[in-house]
Write a protein that binds this ligand. Structure first.
Ligand SMILES: [Cu+2]
Length: 110
């Protein structure tokens, strides 16, 4: 009985960690800053089902996040954020419409 209690306590102690690591559909797994005319980091790697959040903060300069083949697309934004949940593995390249030199990549591992 005592062993059982210890096990229960151990399981509950790890629950918050588990919830943190598995961010499918919930909190973003990674954030990308859209500032200084660039995406930072320009390349991120996530697991299938995880969410990426782009945070726009470039002193009023409007940017967007447009996947090269149209898989996802944000509005032009000067502030706030855009999130996308990746349900398929693959490499997704994106760019900024007004600034085509701004490019980034999301690698989604299966
Ligand atoms: Cu831009």
């Amino acid at each position: 009985m005592r062993k059982f209690l210890v096990l229960v306590v151990a399981v509950f102690a790890f629950l918050p960690l588990t919830a943190c690591g598995d961010s499918g559909g919930g909190a973003p797994a990674v954030t990308v800053q859209v500032a200084n005319m660039s995406y930072s980091p320009a390349s991120v790697t996530i697991e299938k089902g995880q969410t990426v959040e782009w945070i726009f903060d470039d002193n009023g300069l409007p940017h967007d996040v447009v996947e090269d083949t149209g898989a996802f697309e944000s509005e032009l934004l000067t502030e706030g954020s855009f999130t996308h949940t990746f349900t398929e593995a693959g490499t997704f390249s994106y760019h900024c419409t007004p600034h085509p030199m701004m490019v980034g990549t999301v690698v989604v591992e299966g």
